[in-house]
Write a protein that binds this ligand. Sequence first.
Ligand SMILES: Nc1ncnc2c1ncn2[C@@H]1O[C@H](COP(=O)(O)OP(=O)(O)OP(=O)(O)O)[C@@H](O)[C@H]1O
Ligand SMILES: [Mg+2]
Length: 314
Amino acid sequence: MSSLEVVQLSKRFGARTAVDALSFSTRQGDIIGLLGPNGAGKTTTIRLLTTILRPSGGSFSLTGIPGEHQAAIRERIGVLPESAGYPARQTGWEYLRYSARLFGLGRVESANVTDRLLADVGLSDRAGSRISTYSRGMRQRLGIARALVNDPAVVFLDEPTLGLDPAGQREILAAVRDIAQRRGATVLLSTHTLTEVEQICTNLLILNRGKLLAAGTVSDVIATVGARRSGRLRVAPDLTPLAQATLDTVNGLKVTGDPDHPGELRLEAISSARDPWDNALRALLDARIAVLAFDTDATRLSDAFLSLTEEDQT
Ligand SMILES: Nc1ncnc2c1ncn2[C@@H]1O[C@H](COP(=O)(O)OP(=O)(O)OP(=O)(O)O)[C@@H](O)[C@H]1O
Ligand SMILES: [Mg+2]
């Protein structure tokens, strides 16, 4: 069963559409990276799915529970908000135990859960210190522990590694992986850091101006976008000039030959055209030029992401 089922979800603030007909689904154990430039609609999406905001259109369900059933949804989710505040005078232990009590756990159980979660996020040795003495990374880890007190099916983390040093980031990412693997929860995390998406996410959602630009497994998204950017074509060496002339007529394609390797042509998609490969191969077929090989170049996620969000600006 899918853990999240999102259908045409939209949110408008006055004339501005912050989330525009978003559809996707997730499964247990998925770690979904929600990517997008500032203002893309990541936080708004999280606020909709955590019932802080009401959709202007569309719907979602979480482990089969319809989004309108706010109380039932809240019992099944954990959230690390974009800017979480903590009671500075409480200790980490007091804060977590209080949070567990709010979810209706008994005294003993709350204390046990608190001990266990503090250990899970590596805060046991600071359990008795006031939160005001915690570093930013420690606060983020406390926030993640807080998001887990009710053993949620879906955990939402809004930029969990923002402002952390590399060691702090690694600790958070390890905790996130652990949540997905050991608890079988779905984790949806928003971030600007592409390397962390490549490291831990199983799936990707790329948002720009409220719209979903790409979705799928991390390798699928890279492959689709990467395939658009550049590739290499091989034809019989004596057909190279004819192939080049033929491809020059295809829109959105830049073709370069390599004098050292006759028969090889380098193809590049020019940003205004989305998918020139079909047309390129068809043109060659029409001209009766046999394609001996055609490979698209592998692309890093950062290239894929940039090319998507840049294309969308035009
Ligand atoms: N309460 C609100 N009232 C009016 N507009 C809002 C509100 N909340 C968000 N917006 C607008 O919706 C759009 C999406 O904002 P959102 O905070 O979801 O983006 P984001 O992807 O989380 O960005 P960032 O990376 O900066 O955190 C922005 O244009 C923002 O100004
Ligand atoms: Mg945000």
